[in-house]
Design a protein around this ligand. Structure first.
Ligand SMILES: [Fe+2]
Length: 290
């Protein structure tokens, strides 16, 4: 059996896992990694050499994969493996190789505008710029636990709308109208406080700030409360920063952490392949046994 070495980060969350070739991981190792992910929320694997096939295979050992939305031309970004989302600023023959460009991506969790947002993601670095493009992850358990008492009682029992109309780079998705009234923002409504079904531990569940709205409040009151919450979570006591190296694979727990990305020089090239795990096989087994 693989002997893993787990080194918790000196940051508020995350752990580096060494002694593993992800491309050869088996079922027993996957179970252990899943436990470590629940514990640390972000797992870093350095110096990996994963083919696209191996990335899809290892991701699929955790659970069912989501297929990302097509590119602006209606084709998958990765034709050979449509389960792979390409995150890149590279443009070849006038076509973008991937999503998000070189700009900043604001704090968000992925696809929380769906009723059941994805469980986890794996992002694998193939090309990175010399500077910039760092990714940050914020622990929403710690953020909830550190809320001042008045905010803790204000969030109780409230929902928020998670905007489906724009991506994390602020670009409007195809087929959506511009939002002029946040009360009409399309997207799933989720409680502001998420309770882990296994541990009962509470986490803030915010999705993304732009065009969010708390039903039942006036727009001004909703904005005030959301602004306070977002100001609260943007705090180095709750987040870690990852500076990428080629060969890094990073896995995160999408429902309990937010992530964001710094911009980088648009002339530099950044190429990442990402898979998204809709739900873990083990969660699915538990719910069908229940
Ligand atoms: Fe994202």
């Amino acid at each position: 059996m693989t002997t893993l070495t787990v080194t918790p980060m000196t940051q508020p969350l995350g752990a580096e896992i060494s002694g593993i070739d992800l491309g050869k991981a088996n079922g027993e190792t996957i179970d252990r990694l899943q436990d470590l992910l629940s514990q640390h929320l972000v797992l870093l694997f350095r110096d990996q050499t994963l083919s696209d096939e191996q990335l899809v295979t290892v991701s699929g050992l955790f659970g069912k994969l989501d297929v990302p939305a097509p590119n602006p031309f209606g084709e998958p970004f990765h034709k050979g493996h449509p389960e792979i989302n390409v995150i890149s600023n590279i443009v070849s023959d006038g076509k973008p190789a991937g999503n998000l460009g070189a700009g900043e991506a604001v704090w968000h969790a992925d696809m929380t505008y769906k009723e059941t947002p994805p469980r986890a993601a794996i992002l694998y670095a193939l090309q990175v710029p010399d500077a910039g493009g760092n990714t940050y992850f914020a622990d929403m358990y710690q953020a909830y636990e550190a809320l001042p008492d008045d905010l803790k009682s204000e969030v109780e029992g409230k929902l928020a709308i998670h905007d489906a109309s724009h991506n994390s780079a602020g670009i409007k998705r195809k087929g959506y109208a511009e939002i002029t009234d946040v009360r009409e923002t399309p997207g799933a409504r989720h409680p502001l406080v998420r309770i882990d079904p296994t541990t009962g531990r509470k986490a803030l569940f915010l999705g993304r700030r732009p065009r969010s709205y708390i039903p039942g409040l006036s727009v001004a009151d909703s904005d005030r409360l959301l602004d306070r919450l977002w100001a609260h979570i943007d705090n180095p006591n709750f987040y870690m920063c990852h500076e990428w190296r080629v060969g890094d694979a990073l896995m995160w727990s999408n429902q309990e952490v937010l992530h964001r990305r710094d911009s980088f020089d648009a002339d530099a090239k950044r190429l990442m392949h990402r898979t998204q795990i809709r739900h873990f096989h083990s969660d699915q087994a538990k719910s069908s046994a229940a």
